[in-house]
Design a protein around this ligand. Structure first.
Ligand code: F6R
Length: 259
């Protein structure tokens, strides 16, 4: 895992977009994994700006969302597919049908989860997966105590996650679905690159476990310690509880990241 502690969310968005732009130059038909939530929004805004400036095109790209709520109407504004369309896909030049998410409306979410996992494989796997982290250590919606090798599956959201996400539902935790379809940890571990972004004090404990804790089901994101190509972008607040911050800064400065 490579760790960069950066001044703020704007700096993180710039460096994260650099990595995606570099991937586009190497492979214009890349497969992009997309997280929802607040954290990646500055990155998506930066990608839209770079698209407008002619620096990146999504015309040959296919995307796969990490997860989707189960139980919301298909047209609900906070549905993750709608979220990704609103913040990225509809603002750039994705082809019709090239942006994918788990289908939570088939009536058989278990079968839909398996089909989604197979579709990612058939697409050749994810080249670069954007990740955020939950305050309880989840990635995707892989909550504590799940298998560290899980495939895309139907999951249950913790009360902590539903409380965190109630800000998108007028503060009403009861409006936040209890279930989801999420890429599994095993699925995420197959991405060729994982790009994790963590900002704000609320993520500091999960970040400490992610970077310095033991690999454990209690903090699912820790499985990324076993991934060969994961970069973690942190702001100062998210990094505030790390023990070895100075060392990470030194390594980052000395290492020219191959983009
Ligand atoms: C979203 C997702 C989640 C979020 C995490 C952080 O698709 O899979 O793991 O990345 O809950 O959410 P924010 O960024 O809103 O703090």
């Amino acid at each position: 895992m490579r760790i960069a502690i950066l001044p703020d969310a704007a700096a993180i968005a710039g460096l994260a977009a650099d990595r995606i732009e570099a991937l586009y130059r190497r492979k214009p038909a890349f497969v992009l994994g997309l997280a929802t939530g607040s954290t990646p929004l500055p990155l998506y805004a930066e990608l839209v700006e770079r698209h407008k400036a002619g620096r990146i095109s999504f015309a040959e790209v296919s995307s796969y969302n990490l997860d989707e709520y189960v139980g919301l109407p298909r047209d609900h504004v906070e549905g993750y597919s709608n979220f990704i369309h609103r913040h990225l896909v509809d603002l750039v030049d994705f082809r019709e049908g090239a942006a994918h998410g788990p289908d939570a409306w088939t009536g058989d979410s278990h079968a839909a989860a398996a089909a989604y996992d197979a579709a990612i494989r058939e697409a050749g796997g994810i080249d670069l997966q954007v990740l955020g982290i939950g305050s309880d250590g989840h990635i995707g919606f892989n909550e504590p105590a799940g298998s560290l090798t899980s495939r895309t599956h139907v999951g249950v959201l913790t009360e902590q996650t539903r409380r965190d996400n109630s800000r998108f539902f007028d503060g009403d935790i009861d409006a936040v679905p209890t279930h989801c379809i999420t890429q599994g940890l095993g699925t995420i571990m197959e991405a060729r690159e994982n790009l994790m972004i963590c900002t704000g004090e609320g993520k500091a404990e999960a970040v400490r476990e992610l970077v310095e804790g033991p690999v454990s089901q209690r903090w699912p994101a820790t499985i990324l310690q076993m991934h060969p190509n994961t970069v973690v972008f942190l702001d100062e607040a998210a990094a505030s509880r790390l023990e070895m911050k100075d060392f990470y800064r030194e390594v980052w400065e000395k290492e020219q990241l191959p983009l």
